[in-house]
Design a protein around this ligand. Structure first.
Ligand code: GLP
Length: 242
């Protein structure tokens, strides 16, 4: 495990974008696992900047997003598909058919999970999986539990998670109750995992996840078992690693 603590957000974003861009430069057909939330926004901004400078092309790459809310109407601004378009997809040359994200408006979400897993299996393994961290240690939407699901599945969101994400919606009631998430199987199969965490409110959970016991009650603790884990922390989230 490689943990880096950054004094400036700018440096963190450059480092994260550098790893993502480097993956595609080395392997143009790279399979990228992408994340949403506030954490990766600065990294995506940096990637777009470098793309516009002509330093990288995503023409042959493909992407698989970790998760999507269930039940939001198509085009809802808080759907993760709209997020990805807004922050990344609309600004780079990734072909639309190469960008994959679970369809949260599918009539049968369980079938959609199977379809997504079949696509992931076809893609082989993910070369670089970008991850944020939930306040309760969740990754994607793999919430703490006595057992975790390896495959893509429908999950009931914890109230803590809905409350944390309410800041993006008008009110808590508008936050969906369920989501589709890639399971820990596909995440842990990625060649390299890039975990990014920011903010004082995540200092304890990231420290516990990476140095405490491995337990499904802290899903991110499973990352300790991964042979190629890179962790980027801002100064506040990395307080306990100094
Ligand atoms: C969300 C997402 C996760 C994300 C996490 C942290 O609910 N499903 O993929 O990593 O919670 O989000 P943020 O970066 O906004 O703190």
């Amino acid at each position: 495990m490689n943990v880096h603590v950054f004094d400036s957000n700018e440096k963190l974003n450059e480092a994260g974008a550098g790893i993502l861009i480097g993956t595609v430069q080395t392997k143009p057909r790279a399979v990228l696992g992408l994340a949403t939330g506030s954490t990766p926004i600065g990294i995506y901004e940096e990637v777009v900047k470098e793309f516009k400078r002509g330093l990288v092309s995503f023409r042959k790459a493909s992407t698989y997003n970790l998760d999507e809310y269930v039940g939001l109407p198509a085009g809802h601004p808080e759907s993760y598909l709209e997020y990805m378009k807004h922050h990344l997809f609309d600004h780079i040359d990734l072909p639309a058919e190469s960008a994959h994200i679970p369809d949260g408006s599918a009539a049968d979400p369980e079938e959609e999970c199977k379809r997504y897993d079949a696509m992931l299996a076809d893609a082989g393994h993910i070369d670089l999986q970008l991850l944020g961290l939930g306040h309760n240690g969740h990754i994607g939407f793999n919430e703490p539990d006595h057992a975790l699901n390896s495959a893509t599945h429908v999950v009931k969101l914890r109230e803590q998670t809905r409350a944390a994400n309410a800041r993006f919606f008008g009110s808590l009631e508008e936050v969906p109750t369920h989501a589709i998430t890639m399971g820990v199987g596909a995440i842990l199969k990625a060649k390299t995992i890039l975990l990014v965490v920011r903010g004082a409110d995540k200092a304890e959970i990231v420290h516990r996840a990476l140095t405490g016991p491995i337990a499904t009650e802290v899903p991110a603790s499973l990352l300790q078992t991964h042979p190629s884990l890179v962790v980027l922390l801002d100064a506040e989230a990395g307080r306990l690693f100094r």
